[in-house]
Ligand binder design. Sequence first.
Ligand code: CU
Length: 177
Amino acid sequence: MKLIAPLLLAAAAGAQAHITLEQPEAEAGKPYKAVLRVGHGCAGGAATKEIVVTLPAGLRDAKPSPKPGWALSVRRAPLAKPYESHGKPVTDEAAEIRWTARSEADQLPDAWYDEFVLRATLPAEPGPLWFKVRQVCTEGEWNWADIPTAGAGTGGLKAPAVRLLVNPAAEAAGHVH
Ligand SMILES: [Cu+2]
């Protein structure tokens, strides 16, 4: 019977730390540095070997930061609404960013902590943005992709996606010069 309690504790801790943003709120229309904090590995203490981030629609010009020991790749996708930047049409953008450990020695053990960084320009519309993050481990994986129905919290979700709250721009909030 003594084994049961530690196992339950481990499961509870795993469900709480998740993957989180260093800055969970930011201002609409402004550049934003997303620091994704990986607090643990997968079930059974498996090390993390890959992080795949699906970018929310509305982000512009997303650029990931390279990490020593991790191969970096970006998948682009056509935009539903092309726009102009510096006088040129932009028709596709980064949709998925993937960091893959180059070797076993580069993997992130469950007992260690690391951060994965990208920057992007936030949409002009305020509201929540959801980053879906797939965390692949040496054994098993987490698919942080659950999104609550509008207005609900992430409390009841088993594997919530990573939420960024985009606040109205300062000017739009009634700041008059
Ligand atoms: Cu967790």
